[in-house]
Design a protein around this ligand. Structure first.
Ligand code: CS2
Length: 489
């Protein structure tokens, strides 16, 4: 089987890049090219290039492993995107990524791309833990090993923020302008977060650079949304069957896609609106809505679903009680939000449930369960604080948090163990080891993990009790019973 490459002639019904890929310059460097970027921003850029041209091809960067590069580079950056729903699959070949650099293998090449005069946007999908954020201060966690290492040796960065600041220093030195730094991760006010971290880092490593950054770099916030499961053998096999070509970079996703972006770019941007992006003055309300309703419900169903023996999101939705808890969660989350311009939150919740139930998507609960300590605050805990303040029901949030605590034990109900895949897993394992299956002790110790739970919850007796009781049911009677009981309330 030949491999996908620029020589490939696609069957007629398959969309392929309708623009001059080799002739278009590289205007974007994207840090963290993974399945999500390939199913989301890269498609908007592909549409923008097809509609209006421009020098907006992307140089991808992997900050850790070489896997994505090994898939994409031999294919000239091309890959197939499968869109799946109940009515069948559709395929298109996306061409907006020119090549992928692997930072640990060739950091010089990454700095060269970042300091190219053509680079005008540096975008990021590096996951929550990639930012080096100290949840307590909201600033840079200078005690973190990778951050501290970069601060000691800023010319040879390893972290995303380290690369950005070093690139900006070099750009200033050679008389170039700045760029737009565009965070596309699931963090509230992601642009503000990134701005703060970049300035904290610059002040610590490069005194004097911070003012220049203030004048030459913007940090628009964005809300991103497209459910993208990790690719599997089935993804590759389906592309082979449909296109007659081997594609080791293929990704699969759902039909729905959404991107709300603050229109604050220092040196231009692609016509992303051609791909359906929405430009808004303030994305914060959209982001909060998505984080609390979509991602919050996702995290709840991931922990409870994984432990209830439901490996896929759609398995959760196929169980009437569990689906009821998903709906309840979204409703409780919606009640913590202020009105969102142009959106009916009830309709939004209905649409989310349809998306979660997509019968063609194999989205693993175990995938979503990853990195809980990085996700809980913005998805569940902030909403719970608002619910407490407004004297609204807290049950949905208490159930979700109890499910995470049960998950922290690292042992399934059949006694098999699993990896937590959380940057704080060593700390969690120590806590879980001490507490064992005693719900009061386990809940108490996890609640006291430094920097995780806000005082408004950890010091709130009713909240603590609501969590502990649910955790107790989960440990004594099992997750399925806990779900059934909760659905009756
Ligand atoms: C999910 C998200 O893995 C997760 O934590 O909740 O990746 C989710 O699928 C996306 O945010 C949807 O846009």
């Amino acid at each position: 089987m030949t491999r996908l490459s620029r020589e490939f002639k696609a069957p007629e019904d398959i969309t392929t890049p309708a623009y001059d890929r080799a002739g278009a310059g590289r205007g974007i460097v994207h840090l963290g090219v993974g399945a999500f970027h390939k199913a989301h921003q890269a498609v908007y850029t592909d549409e923008a290039l097809a509609a209006g041209g421009g020098d907006w091809m992307t140089t991808g960067v992997s900050l850790r492993s070489g896997d994505v590069a090994a898939g994409l580079n031999p294919q000239d950056g091309l890959y197939t995107l499968i869109t799946r729903d109940g009515s069948g699959d559709s395929f298109r070949v996306v061409g907006s990524i020119g090549e992928v650099l692997v930072a640990p293998q060739d950091p010089e090449a990454v700095l060269k791309a970042l300091t190219s005069p053509a680079t005008r946007i540096v975008s990021l999908t590096i996951t929550e833990k990639g930012y080096g954020l100290d949840p307590k201060s909201g600033g840079l966690d200078t005690a973190r090993e990778d951050v501290a290492g970069d601060l000691d040796n800023p010319e040879n960065p390893r972290t995303a923020v380290g690369f950005i600041v070093e690139a900006l220093r070099l750009r200033r030195e050679s008389g170039l302008g700045g760029f737009t730094a565009l965070s596309c991760d699931n963090l509230p006010s992601n642009g503000h977060v990134l701005r703060r971290l970049v300035h904290d880092y610059a002040r610590a490593a490069r005194p004097g650079l911070s003012d220049w950054i203030g004048d030459h770099v913007t940090f628009p916030s964005t809300m991103v949304d497209r459910i993208t499961p990790a690719s599997t053998d089935r993804t590759y096999a389906d592309v082979e069957a449909a296109l007659g070509v081997e594609d080791l970079a293929a990704v699969e996703t759902e039909p729905f896609t959404q991107w709300v972006v603050e229109d604050d770019f220092v040196a231009g941007r692609p016509a992303w609106e051609k791909g359906g992006a929405i430009f808004a003055d303030d994305v914060a309300p959209y982001e909060k809505m998505k984080l609390r309703m979509l991602n919050g419900a996702h995290s709840m169903l991931a922990y409870s679903g994984f432990l209830a023996g439901r490996p896929l999101v759609r398995d959760v939705m196929a169980d009437a009680d569990h689906a009821k808890l998903v709906a309840r969660h979204m409703k409780a989350a919606a009640a913590t939000l202020d009105p969102v311009p142009g959106i009916d939150l009830g309709d939004y919740a209905d649409d989310l449930q349809t998306r979660f139930a997509n019968p063609a998507m194999a989205h693993q609960t175990y995938q979503i369960a990853m990195d809980g300590t990085q996700k809980l605050p913005q998805r569940l805990l902030e909403a719970a604080v608002t619910a407490v303040e407004r004297r609204q029901p807290i049950d949905a949030f208490a159930f979700a948090v109890a499910a995470w605590m049960r998950y922290c034990l690292g042992v399934a109900e059949d006694g098999s163990s699993y990896a937590l895949r959380d940057p704080r897993e060593t700390e969690i394992a120590a806590v879980a080891g001490e507490a064992g299956r005693d719900p009061g002790r386990l809940a108490g110790k996890l609640t006291e993990l430094p920097g995780l739970f806000p005082a408004a919850l950890s010091g709130h007796a009713e909240w603590r009790n609501a969590v502990k009781e649910r955790l107790s049911t989960m440990l004594t009677d099992g997750m399925r019973t806990a779900i059934a009981r909760e659905a009756q309330e």
